[in-house]
Write a protein that binds this ligand. Structure first.
Ligand SMILES: [Zn+2]
Length: 268
C-alpha cells in the first residue's frame, strides 16, 4: 500500500497527502525515521518473511532494536496472538509468533507441543504422549533432531543484555492454582480471576509485579516434573522470563496485563 502511494505521489496530490509527498523527497536517514512510525512499522513488517526455527514457522514483528523479546508459541491461542500483534505496533523489541493454527506442530510425521521441547526429558515425555505409535527408534531420532535444532528458537527469543522475554498464552481450564505447588513465591492479588496470572522466573521481576493488582507466581527454582517448557529452561539458564496467562477470549485483560508488565519491568 505504501509503495503504491509513493509511486503515484508525483502526480496531482491532494492537500492531505502533502506530508507524505514531503517524506518522498527526503533522504535515506529520514526514511529510516519514517519507518519508526506506525505506518512505517506496518510497511517494515510486511517485508519480513516468516522464518523457520527448529522446523517451526514463525513470524517476526520487530519494532526497533530494543533488547526485549516477546513470544507466542501456541498457535491456537488466538486472543494472545491478537493482543501481542497489536502491542507490537508501539512496543519496542522483537516478537516471534508461531504461524501454526493449532497448539501442536507437525514433527517428523507426528506431533510436538512446541512448549515442551526445551529439554530432552520434556520432549521425550511429550513425543511419547502425542505420538504413541512411534517406535523407540523414531523417538530417539526425533530427540536427536531437537537436540540439534532447539537452539534456533532459543537464539531468536532469548532477550539481549539481560532484558526480559514476555510470552503470552491463553487457557481454558488451566489456572494459577495449577502452579501454586511448583512455585517458590506466590502473590494472589486477584484470587477471583485465577485464569489471569503472570509467571516470572526472576525474583526481582516478581517483586515488581507482585506489587500490582494481578496474580503472580515466581518459579526461579521450580519443583515438580521437568516438562520441557520455556519457563523451566529460563529458570535453569537464568534469563528473565514472564509468561502472561489469560482465559481464551479475555483480550481486554490480557492487553491490560501486557501493557502493565511491559511498562513495569525495567529495560536494559
Ligand atoms: Zn499456551
Amino acid at each position: 500500500m505504501e509503495s503504491v502511494k509513493r509511486s503515484t505521489s508525483n502526480t496531482a496530490t491532494p492537500p492531505g497527502e502533502a506530508g507524505m509527498r514531503g517524506y518522498d523527497a527526503q533522504t535515506g536517514l529520514d526514511r529510516r525515521e519514517f519507518l519508526g512510525s506506525f505506518l512505517g512499522a506496518l510497511f517494515f513488517w510486511r517485508r519480513r518473511a516468516t522464518r523457520k526455527l527448529a522446523g517451526i514457522e514463525f513470524r517476526r514483528l520487530r519494532h526497533d532494536d530494543a533488547n526485549r523479546r516477546y513470544l507466542l508459541i501456541h498457535g491456537n491461542e488466538q486472543t494472545a496472538r491478537a493482543v501481542l500483534t497489536a502491542h507490537m505496533r508501539t512496543a519496542k523489541g522483537t516478537a516471534w509468533l508461531v504461524e501454526n493454527a493449532t497448539r501442536n506442530v507437525s514433527f517428523r510425521g507426528g506431533e510436538l507441543d512446541p512448549n515442551r521441547m526445551f529439554s530432552r526429558e520434556g520432549a521425550e515425555r511429550n513425543l511419547r504422549k502425542l505420538d504413541p505409535d512411534w517406535s523407540e527408534a523414531q523417538i530417539l531420532n526425533g530427540l536427536t533432531v531437537l537436540d540439534r535444532s532447539r537452539h534456533q528458537i532459543l537464539d531468536a527469543v532469548l532477550p539481549k543484555r539481560g532484558d526480559v522475554l514476555i510470552a503470552v498464552h491463553n487457557n481454558t481450564e488451566y489456572s494459577v492454582n495449577d502452579e501454586l505447588a511448583n512455585s517458590n513465591r506466590v502473590a494472589l492479588n486477584d484470587r477471583e480471576n485465577p485464569h489471569e496470572f503472570c509467571l516470572a522466573t526472576d525474583a526481582g521481576d516478581f517483586d515488581l509485579l507482585s506489587r500490582g493488582t494481578y496474580n503472580v507466581v515466581l518459579q526461579n527454582r521450580p519443583t515438580g516434573p521437568e516438562d520441557g517448557s520455556l519457563s523451566r529452561y529460563a529458570a535453569r539458564s537464568g534469563f528473565r522470563y514472564v509468561n502472561i496467562e489469560c482465559a481464551m477470549g479475555n483480550a481486554a485483560k490480557q492487553r491490560a496485563i501486557l501493557e502493565w508488565v511491559d511498562g513495569t519491568l525495567p529495560r536494559t
